[in-house]
Design a protein around this ligand. Structure first.
Ligand SMILES: Nc1ncnc2c1ncn2[C@@H]1O[C@H](COP(=O)(O)OP(=O)(O)OP(=O)(O)O)[C@@H](O)[C@H]1O
Ligand SMILES: [Mg+2]
Length: 303
């Protein structure tokens, strides 16, 4: 049996990233604990949702996992290999197996590059496609898989709507058949009417390819629909993590309860009766530890 079988695709252990910033006059130094000892795993074909208020460290976590930024401490294993301290040249294989989809598809596409070329670029960079015909066929296939007409491949990014551009970004990400996609708020910038379509596309592709997602998001309703498990971040820490249904049925941390209570309910009667829970965010004490309250459901100690 393969040594990797059953092992999570991604294992993050005590991941930490502190930023030292200087004050306005360049004297006083200030330490921002953007990510402060975060641990989680993402299984093969699984979706882990990372949620939490603005500034809680979600994007920094994503960037560390992608090795776009260097951790202050902690370890990242991807497909069983420690990638935390790989150097640029050694990251190549990992870069192919782990892809990214960003929030703003427009800024992540080169405006002067035909979208078909943008989708083919990672295939060429990794030497997967050799000749022109194979390239054209592969691009057409990828366009189809993300719900775009292959004839659009010769157009430029500005000729597409936001939702279509995000489809192009997704086609580019899946082109090299990654095992993990880090998606940082991939639907936040889209019209509400388009968001569900893109979420469904992510789900369909997962079913087809068995790809895992680390899905960073604000919208808890989407997270509930898409994610198998959820981790809630607050000020650089995970305060609660559980299987999605467990988390929504039995949230234990007051911050999670507050987030869930802020979700609108689509039924008007129940929406009217909805009780908001307010939680004044406090930085979790440094010595607080996650406790397992039921299998797979972890909650940070409260002071
Ligand atoms: N390069 C940097 N230098 C200094 N501080 C940074 C840097 N990048 C992020 N931070 C700080 O780290 C903290 C976490 O930022 P991060 O972008 O990870 O949050 P986030 O959860 O993704 O927020 P949002 O929901 O707004 O996207 C914030 O306080 C942010 O200001
Ligand atoms: Mg962010």
């Amino acid at each position: 049996m393969n040594a990797l079988a059953g092992r999570p695709v991604l294992e993050v252990e005590n991941l930490t990233r502190h930023f030292i910033t200087k004050g306005f006059f360049g004297r006083e130094e200030h330490r921002v604990r953007a990510v402060d000892g975060v641990s989680f795993t993402v299984g093969a074909g699984e979706t882990l949702g990372l949620v939490g208020e603005s500034g809680s460290g979600k994007s920094t976590t994503g960037r560390l996992v992608l090795r776009l930024d260097d951790a202050t401490a902690g370890r990242i294993h991807f497909e069983g290999q420690e990638i935390t301290s790989l150097r640029r040249g050694q990251l190549r294989t990992m870069r192919r197996r782990m892809q990214v989809v960003f929030q703003d598809p427009y800024s992540s596409l080169n405006p002067r590059m035909r979208v078909g070329d943008a989708v083919a670029e990672p295939l060429e960079a990794h030497g997967i496609i050799k000749d022109k015909k194979a390239r054209q066929e592969k691009v057409a296939d990828l366009f189809q898989r993300v719900g775009l007409n292959p004839r659009f491949a010769t157009r430029f990014p500005h000729e597409f709507s936001g939702g279509q551009r995000q489809r192009i970004g997704i086609a580019r990400a899946i082109a090299v058949e990654p095992r993990l996609i880090v998606a940082d708020e991939p639907i936040t910038a889209l019209d509400v009417s388009i968001q569900a379509q893109i979420v469904n596309l992510f789900m369909d592709l997962q079913e087809e390819m068995g790809v895992a997602y680390l899905f960073i998001a604000h919208d808890l309703a989407m997270v509930r629909h898409l994610c198998h498990r959820v981790a809630v971040m607050l000020r650089g820490r995970i305060v609660e993590t559980a299987a999605t249904e467990q988390l929504f049925a039995d949230a234990r941390h007051p911050y999670t309860q507050a987030l869930i209570s802020a979700m609108p309910i689509p039924d008007p009667d129940r929406e009217q009766a909805r009780q908001r829970i307010f939680y004044e965010a406090v930085t979790p004490p440094a010595d607080a530890r996650l406790q397992e309250v039921s299998p797979g459901h972890w909650v940070l100690d409260q002071a």
